[in-house]
Design a protein around this ligand. Structure first.
Ligand code: KIV
Length: 287
């Protein structure tokens, strides 16, 4: 079915917040999945560094490289021409210096054609956010549970669950908006804290595991479709069981081949009219 939607811009997302329409966001890592997402009407797609776990089978996001992110972002962009696509800056692509941050954010735009980049961290990465913005690139902040620094957080733990921790999140959020970022993602934060931040900020504030009061929701597509098996965070709602469907299909194929039930005649190419008889004669030469 042809998609007649106009390209989603950062201004469209801002207007959605203003009129109270929830923004829908999913990760995507490959061409077919991004096509489904475009068809399903998702406004935003994130080529997350979660591809480390969801695509490459790493234990976490730390080993993910810029080159991997670019390859996947490029495929997603091609499949989803109207969605607002964000590239996720992997570990050590922006932490090292403003120059590295700008050069790597620029690669996402030049080589993959994304609309924006996302980077993890609050007050301590404000100089990086400003530097990328100064290069004319749309930035999405990401605070709360920030997987790239989960070692410092003591694991993949929800944030903002005490008043002091909530205050730090609010300070981070205010600083990110003040620096000029046009989007903010809150991960694994209590709903009342996330809701307060979403109300306080004028930029769209999106939630992954941050409850219903934000301006939109993000989920990891491999969780949503029931493809990722290693673990399931509390905030994930599974809408399908693709792992089961695919494994069942593969088992049925294995059985059919072993039983010689596949391929039947309908799956075979036939010789052109009159060629079969000639073929039988011809192979006599080899008998
Ligand atoms: O990489 C990713 O998919 C993310 C989400 C966990 C927010 O950053």
């Amino acid at each position: 079915m042809a998609n007649t939607r106009k390209k989603v811009s950062i201004l469209d997302l801002r207007k959605m917040k203003e009129r109270g329409e929830k923004i829908t966001w999913l990760t995507a890592y490959d061409y077919p999945t991004a096509q489904f997402a475009e068809e399903a009407g998702l406004e935003m797609l994130l080529v997350g560094d979660s591809l480390g776990m969801c695509v490459y089978g790493y234990e976490g996001t730390i080993p993910v490289t810029m080159d991997q992110c670019i390859v996947h972002s490029e495929a997603v962009r091609r499949a989803a021409p109207t969605a607002f696509v964000l590239g996720d800056m992997p570990f050590m692509s922006y932490q090292t210096s403003n120059e590295d941050a700008v050069a790597n954010a620029g690669r996402f735009l030049k080589e993959a054609g994304v609309d924006a980049v996302k980077l993890e961290g609050g007050l301590r990465i404000i100089p990086r956010i400003r530097a990328i913005l100064d290069a004319g690139i749309v930035v999405c902040g990401h605070i709360g549970l920030t997987p790239q620094s989960s070692g410092q957080l003591g694991g993949h733990k929800a944030q903002g669950r005490t008043v002091e921790s909530a205050r730090l999140l609010i300070e981070d959020a205010l600083a990110i908006e003040e620096a000029g970022a046009q989007l903010l993602l809150l991960e694994a934060v209590p709903p009342e804290v996330a809701g307060f931040i979403a109300k306080k900020l004028t930029i769209p504030v999106l939630s992954i595991g941050a409850g219903p009061y934000c301006d939109g929701q993000l989920l990891i597509v491999s969780d949503l479709i029931g493809q990722f098996q290693a673990f399931t965070p509390k905030f994930v709602k599974k809408y399908a069981n693709v792992a089961q469907v695919v494994t069942d299909a593969m088992r049925a194929y294995v059985k059919d081949v072993k039983d010689e039930a596949f391929p039947t005649d309908e799956y075979c190419y036939h010789m052109l009219k009159g060629e079969s008889e000639k073929f039988k004669d011809m192979i006599k030469d080899y008998e």
